[in-house]
Design a protein around this ligand. Structure first.
Ligand SMILES: N[C@@H]1[C@@H](O)[C@H](O)[C@@H](COP(=O)(O)O)O[C@@H]1O
Length: 255
């Protein structure tokens, strides 16, 4: 596990965008795993800018997102489909065949989960998975208690997660109660993982991730057993982590 400690959100975004840019440049047919939430917005913005400025060839990339809310159609303004179209897919003119998200409004969600997992496999797996982290340690929508062997599945969202995400909806009651998400094992199958964390709100999560035990109570802790994880976190997110911990991991030799 590598930790890149940066000053703030802007620096985190710039650094992550540069890594994504280099990844696509060196591997034009890369399969990217993508995340939503406030954390990667700046990364997407910086990546779009770099890609356009350098005429980056994106025609061969494929993307798979981590998750989607249950019941929201892809054109629902609060769906993760809509988020991705706005923040990445449209600005980069990615074709719809290149981009994949689980369908939250599928008639048979269990079948959707299976076929999503199969599709990732058909593409040879994910080369680089981008992750944010929930305050309770969730990755994707894998809430505390999710088994480490889980594959794409349907989850009940914790009230705290619905509250944290309510800012994107009119009010909390509109936040769906369930979602479909890649599982812990699906995420761990990615060849490398890039986790981003910024701000005070994430400081306890980062402390648990870097100093706690690996267990299912804190889902992100499993990442410590993955061979290629890079964390880009800012000073506030790392403010509860002892310097000894992040210095121990600090490295610029990433991805
Ligand atoms: N499903 C998403 C996660 O993928 C994301 O990492 C998390 C943190 O969001 P934010 O980056 O807005 O703090 O929120 C949601 O629950």
């Amino acid at each position: 596990m590598e930790i890149v400690r940066v000053t703030n959100y802007e620096e985190m975004s710039e650094y992550a965008a540069e890594l994504l840019f280099r990844k696509v440049q060196t591997q034009p047919n890369v399969v990217l795993g993508l995340a939503t939430g406030g954390t990667p917005e700046g990364t997407y913005e910086a990546f779009i800018e770099k890609a356009k400025r350098n005429d980056l060839d994106l025609s061969q990339i494929t993307t798979f997102n981590l998750d989607e809310y249950e019941g929201l159609a892809s054109d629902h303004p609060n769906s993760y489909h809509a988020y991705m179209k706005e923040h990445l897919f449209h600005p980069l003119d990615l074709k719809s065949e290149q981009t994949h998200l689980p369908k939250g409004n599928a008639a048979d969600l269990e079948a959707e989960a299976k076929s999503y997992e199969q599709l990732i496999e058909d593409y040879g797996g994910i080369d680089l998975q981008l992750l944010g982290i929930g305050e309770n340690g969730h990755i994707g929508f894998n809430e505390p208690g999710t088994p480490h062997h889980s594959r794409t599945h349907i989850v009940e969202l914790k009230e705290s997660t619905r509250e944290a995400n309510a800012r994107y909806f009119e009010n909390k009651s509109e936040v769906p109660k369930r979602a479909i998400t890649m599982g812990i094992a699906s995420i761990m199958d990615s060849r490398c993982i890039l986790l981003l964390a910024s701000g005070e709100r994430k400081k306890q999560a980062m402390k648990n991730l870097l100093e706690g035990d690996i267990n299912e109570t804190f889902p992100a802790s499993i990442l410590r057993s993955h061979p290629y994880v890079t964390i880009i976190a800012d000073e506030e997110a790392l403010s509860a982590v002892s310097e000894r911990e992040w210095k121990k991991h600090d490295s610029l030799n990433v991805l």
